[in-house]
Design a protein around this ligand. Structure first.
Ligand code: PLP
Length: 621
């Protein structure tokens, strides 16, 4: 099982059981036995919860909330920092009710708050039983309605902050303040000039689309002073982008944010909170490096870097330490969900059945078959060259009508048989890059029951790489390699980048499928951004979702189940009324009956088939 590098990325969450099942560990109880994922799936199947399935593990979420808050608390203690840390979870990273309510519950002892980047997200935040001193930070473009709700929420005891994105937004705030006669708690979003590396570099630096530059900040300060409201400016915010790979970028950006904090304080703003946004990354590959799917630091290092940088900078400026805020989303929620799907069938690119040319076959078919006569470890490249040549020639002859379908099929079978021999010899000798590249082209295609566009949109959009591993037989050496194709009719709907022990690979080691048993694959660390960024390509809807908790004795509790979209639900998202669809189908049947092309008793069967589909799951059942 070490081929999948599970021990590297799985850390304290995922491991392999002696029977070869992938197991989930409870990070809050390291001594508790692991819980087998295939056993969990079988149990859920029996309860009627089928794959594809998004599985959320409550203890994973609780553990990352604890880790973030407690790492900041320890860093604060170690550095002698004279204030506290307050986390806010950005609702946009996972808005699902079950996730938000658990974050609020697990975060309560730490006064973990929420960040709202839009009116709907503020509406969600204001419906949560947050701790009394938890923050609600309002970012994003705000109209008067948004601002009105944010200001009025303070009357209910919510600790809501309006972060100004521009001087123009301040004018809207001033108008609402005048209308309500209530004072707001304000912040400013500062545009930092430091740029980060990685996938989200565009979110940082001069050309990032959010935040105010120095001139605009001065404008806001002057307007607030003029309005007699400078005492409301308590909060400074900046956000560098998500998944910051290099901790030194965090340190540099924090230093720059401190310069603004000092200057704004000197300008007369009574700032009390320094918010450094998101960016704390997840080590998807487990490599601890600065490539875009990894990070070169731990949560502890991240916290220590921030606390120490702020502490030095503000001590030097003789300014009291502010409350530190971060808006960590990905690091809180990514590891807590996994997507699980079954493999439906395989297209194999080799064959173990030898085939002999027929007497009437073109001589290229026997030339192709003759390659196996000189196939030996030292001549792999030569054999690949020859067999490709003969196959291409035969394909050309087929296209021009010189050879028939059965002759072509024999040639293909001979070719695939040669390839299976080459595949089995290749590991013995170690291969040249050209041979490797050719063999990668011969990876099987495993057709899987999920939609990349619905469940893993970042894999499609930004080449995000998630840990991905078969959930069973991990004590048996995989005997095949495959790319994974999804159930949409889109050639982009495939996964062909996998985290393996020796790096990122274009194919995944897998086992030969056994028709009598399901073969499950899990994609890990999908809890951040994927659920609502996913779309309805080919009208595959939300998958089933189950939230579980891991018990001390190696069993689990099903805490919540959310059925995936039915076809009727998905149709209604794209402007159909499912009842109209049924009516139209029924009218068509009745028309056929009235023309005597259908028997009246066929009506029931046809209608039942249509209704079964429209009320069913959008995925392969
Ligand atoms: N805060 C703001 C303003 C954001 O735009 C984002 C996302 O990009 C976040 C916080 C969350 O960032 P992350 O998921 O890296 O923690």
């Amino acid at each position: 099982n070490s081929v999948y590098a599970i021990e590297r990325w799985g850390k304290d969450l995922v491991g392999v059981l002696p029977n070869g099942d992938l197991g989930l560990r409870n990070p809050l109880k390291p001594d508790a036995p692991m819980v087998s994922l295939p056993v969990i799936l079988q149990d859920l199947e029996e309860r009627g919860v089928h794959a594809p399935l998004l599985l959320r593990v409550s203890s994973f979420l609780e553990s990352s909330i604890r880790a973030l808050n407690e790492s900041f608390a320890s860093a604060i203690k170690r550095a002698g920092y004279k204030n506290e840390y307050r986390a806010v979870f950005p609702v946009k990273v996972n808005q699902q009710a079950q996730v938000i309510s658990r974050i609020v519950e697990f975060g309560k002892p730490y006064s973990h708050g929420l960040e709202a980047g839009s009116k709907p997200e503020l509406v969600i935040a204001l419906a949560q039983p947050l701790a009394h001193d938890a923050l609600i930070v309002c970012n994003g473009v705000k109209d008067a309605e948004f601002i009105r709700l944010a200001i009025l929420s303070r009357k209910l005891g919510f600790n809501t902050v309006i972060v100004l994105e521009s001087p123009k937004e301040l004018q809207t705030v001033l108008a609402v303040v005048k209308e309500l006669g209530e004072e707001p708690q304000l912040g400013v979003r500062v545009k930092l000039s430091n740029r980060i590396s990685g996938n989200w570099a565009e979110s940082s630096g001069d050309r990032s689309t959010f935040g105010m530059h120095t001139d605009q900040l001065v404008d806001v300060i002057d307007s607030l002073k003029e309005a007699g409201l400078i005492h409301c400016l308590k909060f400074q915010h900046s956000h560098l982008g998500s998944q910051i790979p290099d901790v030194n970028d965090v340190r540099r950006a924090t230093g720059e944010a401190c310069r603004y904090f000092v200057e704004l304080t000197r300008e007369g703003a009574p700032l009390t909170h320094l918010d450094l946004g998101g960016g704390l990354g997840v080590d998807y590959t487990g490599e601890k490096s600065t490539n875009e799917n990894s990070i070169n630091y731990s949560v502890d290092e991240y916290c220590t870097n921030i606390v120490e940088t702020v502490s030095y900078a503000l001590d030097e400026a003789k300014i009291p330490h502010p409350i530190l805020v971060t808006e960590s989303g990905r690091a809180v929620v990514a590891t807590s969900s996994m997507l699980i799907f079954n493999v439906l069938e395989a297209t194999l690119y080799d064959s173990h059945n030898p085939t002999v040319p027929a007497a009437e076959d073109h001589h290229f078919v026997s030339d192709l078959a003759a390659v196996s006569g000189y196939l030996e470890p030292q001549r792999l490249q030569e054999c690949i060259n020859d067999s490709s040549f003969y196959r291409n020639e035969l394909r050309a002859l087929f296209r021009r009508g010189y050879i028939d379908l059965r002759q072509m099929a024999r040639a293909e079978r001979i070719y695939l048989h040669l390839m299976s021999k080459i595949k089995s010899l290749a590991p013995e000798v170690g291969t040249a890059p050209d041979v490797d590249a050719h063999l990668e082209q011969l990876a099987d295609i495993y057709h899987c029951n999920f939609s990349l566009f619905q469940s893993l949109p970042d894999v499609w959009a930004i080449d995000q790489v998630h840990p991905l591993v078969p959930l069973q037989m991990l004590n048996v050496a995989p005997d095949r390699r495959a790319v994974l194709s999804d159930i949409t009719c889109d050639s982009d709907g495939k996964i062909d980048k996998f985290i393996l022990a020796d790096g990122i690979s274009p194919s995944l080691p897998v086992h030969t499928l056994d028709e009598s048993k399901p073969y499950y694959i899990g994609v890990f660390y999908v809890g951040a951004y994927q659920e609502t960024l996913g779309d309805l390509h080919n009208l595959f809807g939300d998958t089933n979702v189950a939230t579980i908790d891991l018990r001390d004795d190696g069993s689990f509790d099903l805490l919540h189940e959310q059925e995936g979209d039915t076809i009727a639900e998905v149709l209604s998202y794209v402007e159909y009324d499912p009842r109209d669809c049924v009516d139209a189908f029924r009218a068509r049947i009745d028309n056929e009956i009235s023309h005597k092309r259908l028997n009246p008793k066929d009506r029931k069967t046809l209608l039942a088939a249509y209704r079964d589909s429209i009320n069913g799951y959008t995925y392969y059942e």
